[in-house]
Ligand binder design. Structure first.
Ligand SMILES: Cc1cc2nc3c(=O)[nH]c(=O)nc-3n(C[C@H](O)[C@H](O)[C@H](O)COP(=O)(O)OP(=O)(O)OC[C@H]3O[C@@H](n4cnc5c(N)ncnc54)[C@H](O)[C@@H]3O)c2cc1C
Length: 535
């Protein structure tokens, strides 16, 4: 049995949902998402969405800040496209019913906050729960739309492409590598179904779970990059992993982010003895770019041997902190930390994947009819380092341009026929009684990536990591063919594939730039390395 639609959208975060709402005007849309609709990084975004809305701000300034952050690898054309479309996107969200916070004194204006690397206040937010509010409004609209079918607990295994699955069974004449949908596992029943479509959109988000410590939710296992890469799509800049400087350090809470806007509103980093330390590292102090702050904390921790540093905003009045950061205040208080009175223990953690499936300005990948949008894509916006709050806006803008591009195909070619594809074949796979292998390898990959391919890298550590990941990949391959697939196994397979791509890219780049810092090549080398790492 196969399910057929015009658009197959993989992922229910901001990228997938905003694309779906547009695509539903053109054709039948199916969204598959591997857990519940709300299980997406989007739902956890705190800080907000960067856009030029203040009369004292300008597109040129936002472009300049983004290019500076990108450390020579952001593509100016893409940056301009995203920045100039920003205000329209914010308006679009407001029309959908998103309630952004308003300025306390000029109540007809949106409140704009500031984050590291931004020269102006330009972050639109909903208190400190921006992503949750955006996701709520998008899901509300999607659920009302009769042209959109939603399949929760459906996990994509692999894409259906001409050379991998179609020519094998059908001998079509097609020479171009084309995507015709995906094989999808119903996580609850264990059944695998072919979801066929004219247009397939990877909107699967990031890969923070590759690392032991991350701000990302459990879904962020890099599936889209692994799936796209296995299908033959080009992947770029995987060495640029952003570590957020301030993830809460607490035994009971592993993934809780302390938003950068806490520093934007005056919060300062201190060591155990209460000394400010950022002035020793950068003139912008606590508001230096994330990579600088994360490396500075890493250096402080290595020097002192302490487990964490502290972020202190307690000098600001309670009646400012509580309404401005209600979510952070509440969660910390539940854990016994009153942020109005005491500093918050923090450590850096993997946060954002700047690399991903390589796309053009329309979100097109190197495979025909396959688009990639949101965090899974490498569009050229972020370069070697993402500017804070530039990812939600990127997802919105690329959803728009990818839709407009794909729509011309749907309109211009209504007679297309989707070829038949073979049914999923489980072969002689049996149920495993050894799931400990999967959990052991999960743990090993994440620890190894944290220790050898983290904030500060060396050639020796990268080589060690490469040797280990090759062995783990082989073990997973053997296991994959012998046992009936589960979500855990598929995620592990993707996690390992993405780890290998990160290690390979980090090994290829023989310089330090943006988020990639290698002690054996500590300098930036514009003469030889001012280009993307493409695999
Ligand atoms: C704690 C936190 C705070 C952040 N704060 C900000 C911020 O303030 N501003 C900002 O701009 N950015 C922020 N970011 C980054 C931003 O939230 C993400 O980059 C963005 O939400 C990604 O959106 P997306 O739609 O690409 O992916 P996601 O929102 O992660 O959605 C991915 C979807 O794909 C699904 N999926 C994945 N694999 C599969 C598969 N194999 N089969 C089926 N479905 C699959 C997932 O279940 C999920 O529904 C933050 C991120 C985190 C984690």
């Amino acid at each position: 049995m196969a399910i057929q639609s015009d658009y197959l959208i993989i992922g229910s975060g901001i990228a997938g949902l905003s694309f779906a709402l547009k695509a539903a005007r053109k054709g039948r849309v199916t969204i598959v998402t591997k857990k519940g609709m709300m299980d997406a990084s989007t739902n956890y975004a705190q800080g907000g969405i960067a856009s030029v809305l203040d009369p004292n701000d300008s597109f040129d300034l936002h472009i300049k800040d983004t290019l500076e952050s990108g450390a020579g690898l952001s593509k100016e054309k893409v940056v301009r496209m995203v920045v100039e479309n920003g205000p329209d996107m914010i308006q679009g969200l407001i029309s959908l019913g998103v309630n952004f916070s308003h300025n306390k004194t000029q109540t007809d204006r949106l409140d704009l906050t500031r984050e590291g690397g931004h020269s102006r206040r330009r972050i639109v937010h909903t208190e400190d729960l921006t992503g949750q509010e955006v996701e709520r409004a998008l899901i509300h609209s999607v659920e009302k739309n009769n042209n959109i079918q939603i399949c929760e607990n459906h996990m994509v295994i692999d894409l259906i492409t001409t050379s991998k699955f179609i020519r094998r069974s059908l001998s079509t004449n097609e020479t171009e590598e084309t995507c015709w949908g995906a094989y999808v596992l119903d996580v609850l029943t264990g059944e695998v179904t072919a979801f066929l479509s004219r247009i397939t959109v990877l909107a699967t988000g990031g890969a923070g779970k590759v690392y032991l410590y991350t701000t990302n939710p459990d879904i962020a296992t890099g599936d889209g990059v692994a799936i796209g890469y296995r299908a033959g799509a080009k992947v770029a800049n995987m060495e640029f992993v952003q570590f957020h400087p301030t993830c809460l350090h607490h035994a009971m809470e592993k993934n809780f982010l302390i938003s950068e806007s806490v520093r934007g509103e005056g919060g300062r980093l201190i060591d155990k003895k209460g000394n400010h330390f950022m002035e020793h590292y950068h003139p912008l102090k606590d508001l230096a770019l994330r990579d600088v702050v994360a490396r500075s904390i890493d250096a402080e921790l290595k020097k002192s041997g302490d487990e964490c540093v502290y972020l202190d905003i307690s000098h600001r009045p309670q009646d400012f902190i509580k309404p401005r950061f209600p979510h952070i205040y509440k969660r910390c208080l539940e854990l016994g930390i009153d942020i109005t009175k005491e500093p918050i223990p923090v450590v850096p953690a993997a946060h954002y994947m700047c690399g991903g499936i390589l796309t053009d300005t329309q979100g097109r990948t190197t495979i025909t009819n396959l688009y990639a949008i949101g965090e899974v894509a490498c569009t050229g916006l972020h370069g070697a380092n993402r500017l804070a709050s530039n990812s939600l806006i990127e997802a919105l803008v690329f959803a728009r341009f990818a839709f407009e591009d794909s729509a011309t195909m749907i309109t211009g070619n209504n007679n297309y026929q989707i070829p038949d594809v073979p049914l999923w074949d489980t072969g002689s796979a049996t149920d495993s009684d050894e799931s400990v292998v999967v959990s052991h390898n999960w743990d090993e990959v994440r620890r190894m990536m944290w220790n050898y391919v983290g904030i500060v890298r060396t050639n020796k550590r990268l080589l060690r990591a490469m040797r280990r990941i090759e062995i783990i990949q082989q073990e997973i391959k053997d296991y994959y063919w012998d046992f009936i697939i589960t979500r855990d196994l598929l995620e592990l397979r993707n996690l390992a594939a993405v780890s290998e791509l990160i290690i390979t890219s980090a090994t290829m780049r023989k310089e330090s730039r943006g988020l990639h810092y290698n002690l054996d090549y500590p300098e930036r080398d514009d003469k030889n390395w001012r280009h993307d790492t493409i695999i």
